[in-house]
Write a protein that binds this ligand. Sequence first.
Ligand code: BES
Ligand code: MN
Ligand code: ZN
Length: 497
Amino acid sequence: MEFSIKAGGLEKARSACTVIGVFEPRKLTEAAAALDRVARGYLTGIVNRGDMEGKSGATLLLHSVPDAPHERVLLVGLGRRNEFGEKQYRTAVAAAIKALAATGSPDALMHLTALPVAKRDAAWKVAHAVMVAMEAIYRFDRMKSKPQDETKCALRRLTLVVEKSGLRRAEAGLEQGLATAHGMNLARDLGNLPANVCTPGYLAEQAHQLAKRYRMKIQVLEREDMEKLGMGALLSVARGSTQPPKLIALQYQGADKKVKPVALVGKGITFDTGGISLKPAAEMDEMKFDMCGAASVLGTLKAVGEMRLPFNVVGVIPATENMPGGSATRPGDIVTSMSGQTIEVLNTDAEGRLILCDALTYAERFNPAAVIDIATLTGACVIALGHVATGLFANDDALARELLASGETACDRAWHLPLWDDYQEQLKSNFADFANIGGRPAGSVTAACFLARFTKNHKWAHLDIAGTAWKSGKEKGATGRPVPLLTQFLAGRARRR
Ligand code: BES
Ligand code: MN
Ligand code: ZN
């Protein structure tokens, strides 16, 4: 879809469909009132008859509105004016796009972007309109044998209306919103692909394509390289699989070499059976999503590359399957990580932390200003926070606050959980330096505590996206989170440099 921005004075502009808001109860917005004057009260009539109360997310499509320069007029409910905020704004845009997609309109003129949203400027409104629209029209039909006609959408061009004073900021918002949406789409596609297609080698191939397109440096470590580096933890997870593991490092340099990069480390388990500690059969298919951390790193790097962000970023992705098999790691096996610390693998299903710990040690060689890992790490995080917030842990409070604020702005929120040393006791092992699990209580915290033992030399944060990276049920599929949070974070760092 193509997006463009226009400012004010659009009474004469023509379109296949114009999109205007109605507040509850039955109150036309400015843009709607302007059109109503042209149409000599036609809209007022409709609203007064009770066909559009203005409830948040409701839509009403009108054809042949008298004297209107548009083939169609789409009324969109906004809820009560005094309750209209970020959530209602995004709901209205999403509802509008869904309604538009069901019409034959090739283009539309969207007035919702000119509505005031408390504390948010034109850049924010445009960026979110673009992200919400792209999210609403996203389809994954690559694995279907025939194109899906029912979900085809004629909408090609969307013009976003903003107030004149916000024109320049709106252009910036359009750039960031579109780059973020493209990054999310990549992350969603990779997440949605089945594990027999999206293997560690496939992820490496995708990284190569990004490197080529956006001029990034890339290294892919093979099994032998990992052996030389002593990545015993990562290798112990790969043992049961016939797919060769990969460790991908992508370097984006948009600022001077001297500027320390932010390192993003993404869990890339392309399928998690649990290994010898095998998972139950029900819903095991969803473990193809266990590489969504890796996908979010690639998606974020795509966004960064597309924006030509004046900043340095490194993406590190340990990628492997977690399979049972004759040479798979057994519960009780003890492995030596790249850091030299030994780990008793009490449960082979706690594999994410095992591949991440070596990747985190490897990331140190890039001398990062901060390291952020992103992982579908624990079922316990889904129990704690559901599918709303990503779990956030950090060894630095300022970094945690910065990430929380980025999540708020991006409408991709995280919640700060504790990483106190008191929890470290749960990882005690009678045989190795520590174990890879800490029992049922506070499962997300002990997983983070495990990672903290490998990140003492750097400012580090951990995002547990087990509840936010994908949806189950009827709308099963990857969400593209937390690409918006990460892109916003990096854009903020680039701006403040
Ligand atoms: N990939 C899973 C975490 C997960 C489970 C994410 C369900 C989303 C939904 C991870 O590798 C895992 O299996 N974690 C175990 C850890 C346990 C063995 C300590 C878990 O959460 O059960
Ligand atoms: Mn697991
Ligand atoms: Zn896993």
